[in-house]
Design a protein around this ligand. Structure first.
Ligand code: 13P
Length: 401
């Protein structure tokens, strides 16, 4: 009797054992959920190095280096062997060719990265095509053919995630038709969902990349965010229709930005519109949202990332970066194709990874390793109100990645 009095009654919640996310129809689910968690570790981001061979060529051309297997391998070796990279980077995205490449010392890149606890993912889309004769300025992403078989190969070669980029353009198409068309939103959302479903069935955790591209014109940031919201809602709905496990995927959108000829938004405006769009559309079940840099300058990308972290500190998803150009452009220049510059270029990559990691945690002091020499305009203080279209057009979106 007295014994029963000493034992507190079990509360109903104590009886509840939280079930693991499993599904007998998908043997990879636990591993993919773990992959997403690994990539979303607080303060970690993704290094995107998945430029196709022609795009790598355009980048190498900017430093006067030929586009050969040897130069592409050398630059990627520089990136992956950066000492300390694993303190800030949890994953890297590769192009097909790179998955099979090795360091000069003969170590496979995938293996080298694995030893640093950096996961490898693959770009599995094969680029963009015009949507139709009626909408030639809109695009559909290619690459569903053979995707299942390619995923099996990539998994066997050590990849654990994949990404697919779908691009929506905002503005005016031929005959003044406004973009995006309903058709473009549906087709691109469908492609992303189909990609994600196939990847999950074949063991690769999908990174769903719905990009609303920087476009010509002076449309406002709120107009851009409204189109992005339409697209994101369509994507989430398609993911549900295709039975994609939201816990075992990540999103890679752009930050809300106005047209290339519009006034520059402040970082607070970018953070506000981006957070609002996400709150309105993305379920908390998605573990992480890793932004692309999408033509933002390296410093601008870090400033906006920190503003977002401060705008939305209690976000239900990890908010981080999956930058390509914002992490690589300065490093490429610092390297210049010269072996003597490797150490300096690697130091710059490490500094860039660090400041972005600090920005994700909202603790960055705003000293940036790529800070441009500011002219009178002081563009990066977020106060200047002038068009920066030329600069952004140069580094802006390209048709294929
Ligand atoms: P950036 O826009 O950051 O260059 O990256 C684009 C991309 O999709 C890389 O995976």
């Amino acid at each position: 009797m007295w014994c029963a009095l000493l034992i507190p009654p079990l509360s109903p919640t104590a009886l509840f054992v939280r079930p693991l996310i499993t599904d007998t129809r998908n043997p990879f689910l636990a591993e993919m959920t773990e992959t997403a968690k690994q990539l979303c570790r607080p303060g970690y981001g993704i290094l995107a190095t998945d430029e196709s061979i022609p795009t790598a060529g355009k980048r190498l051309e900017t430093i006067g280096v030929d586009n050969t297997v040897a130069t592409r391998t050398a630059f990627r070796e520089l990136l992956y062997t950066t000492p300390g990279l694993e303190e800030y980077i949890s994953g890297t995205i590769m192009f097909d060719e790179t998955l099979y490449q090795r360091t000069a010392g003969g170590v496979r890149f995938v293996q080298l990265l694995k030893e640093k606890n950096i996961l490898t993912g693959l770009k599995v889309d094969t680029g963009l095509q015009p949507l139709s004769a009626h909408s030639p300025k809109e695009t559909a992403t290619q690459g569903l053919d053979n995707l299942a078989a390619r995923c099996d190969t990539y998994y066997a070669e050590g990849a654990r995630f994949a990404k697919w980029r779908a691009v929506i353009n905002v503005g005016r198409g031929p005959q003044g038709k406004s973009m995006p068309s309903e058709h473009a939103l549906q087709e691109n959302a469908h492609g992303l969902a189909r990609f994600a479903a196939i990847c999950q069935q074949h063991g690769l955790m999908p990174i769903v990349e719905p990009e609303v591209a920087l476009g010509e014109g002076d449309y406002s940031i709120s107009a851009a965010a409204a189109e992005q919201e339409r697209f994101m809602a369509e994507v989430i709905s398609a993911l549900r229709q295709h039975g994609v496990y939201l816990e075992a995927m990540l999103l890679k959108p752009n930050m809300a930005l106005p047209g290339l000829d519009a006034l520059i938004p402040t970082k607070e405006e970018v953070a506000y519109y981006t957070a609002r769009m996400l709150k309105r559309t993305v379920p908390p079940a998605v573990p992480g949202i890793h932004f692309l840099s999408g033509g933002m300058g390296a410093e601008e990308a870090t400033l906006n990332l920190q503003a977002l972290a401060l705008e939305y500190p209690d976000a239900p998803w990890a908010l981080s970066f999956s930058y390509g150009r914002a992490l690589q452009d300065g490093v490429l220049k610092a390297w210049g194709g010269d072996a003597d510059n490797v150490a300096a270029a690697q130091q710059l990559l490490l500094d860039l990874a660090r400041v972005n990691s600090e920005a994700v945690r909202g603790v960055w002091d705003e000293h940036h390793p790529c800070a441009p020499i500011k002219g009178e305009s002081g563009r990066l203080d977020g106060l200047a109100k002038y068009s920066y279209s030329e600069e952004r057009k140069e580094s802006g979106n390209i048709f294929n990645w």
